[in-house]
Design a binder for this molecule. Sequence first.
Ligand code: ATP
Ligand code: MG
Length: 393
Amino acid sequence: MFRMFLIKYAEIGVKGKNRYLFEDALIAQIKRTLRRVEGRFSVTKESGRIYVEAVSDFDYDETVAALKTVFGIVGICPVVLLQDNGYEQLSKDVVDYMGRMYPDKNRTFKVQVRRARKNYPMDSMELARELGSDILDAYPEFSVDVHHPQILLQVEIRQYIYVYSEIIPGPGGMPLGTNGKAMLLLSGGIDSPVAGYMIAKRGVVIDAVYFHAPPYTSERAKQKVVDLAKLVSRYSGPMRLHIVNFTDIQLYIYDKCPHDELTIIMRRYMMKIAEEIARKEGAVALITGESIGQVASQTVQSLTVTNEVCTMPVFRPVIGFDKQEIVDIALKIDTYETSIQPYEDCCTIFVAKHPVTKPNLQAIRRSEENLVEKIDEMFKEAVDTAEVVEIDE
Ligand code: ATP
Ligand code: MG
């Protein structure tokens, strides 16, 4: 029944020149995303509207599912496109549309007409009234409600006539590429894929870094992170996943520093290495899945001490969320099932029984002095030997 979609987008404050950038980025991302769908499509912009039209056989459900991953889209309206063959034909087609779309007709509706082509022989009010009464004649179970209709039937008169009434919600946000690039610290957990999704949703392109500690963390754990990166990339577009071998640094810290400070010192080095890779890759911020109080390393004091090594802004979009709120998003974006696979992403032998929850910055710095001999060299080694996996869903 549908071969075309009207794409609704809106972001307050996107005006003037920025509006074109926004629209062009949105169109580019729609085209890129539709490449993974069977069928060929034309994506066009016409008087401030974006239309997606199938120009070959296509799979409707797959197409809608793909469009639902494009940030910047607020609504997806399946449209029936009609030739203008006079009022009689239009009325017949509109009545037919209502009949097929709504098997259950115990509903209220309103017809809204927009005439972009002013030479149409009837004006908008007249046309809406006539179409409304023809629908009621054909299906008396419907009723009209002009204030709060359950069905808002939109008829737009342009070169062709566009008829639609359904709005499938899109993800919202801003088109990718409109807001620079950031580096996501991606672990195998629930939180960091959600954090990446949330920042990408604001139009930020993301790359990711994963700290791997073989043989203490397994190949399966690494594969899980690759899988998560793929799931996030359905929304965020292609990304480069940097896999850092963190084993030597972890062992060195384990050897030289008090065990209750291990996690916090490790996290400081993770941030530093991530920032170095970010700088090399042209990213200007870091992203983590930290949430206040979730674990010992995420108390406010721990976060402060971890953050102290960073010179780039660190985006922590789930900082104020409860676990369940993060889980709800993970379920929505389909990363949850993968995240809960039981492969350790951080070696348990490195985790102290009683980690400090209120680390003192001076004390941590003193402990880190025990690392001076080799840490710079190890840091460089870790950055230089990072493996890059190109992720493209
Ligand atoms: P997640 O569910 O994202 O794994 P978590 O609750 O397990 O989070 P932590 O292990 O304390 O929390 O990690 C906090 C954040 O640090 C993660 O959200 C992630 O951004 C980053 N992080 C932790 N471990 C790694 C790792 N091995 N590689 C990359 N980033 C990591
Ligand atoms: Mg984790």
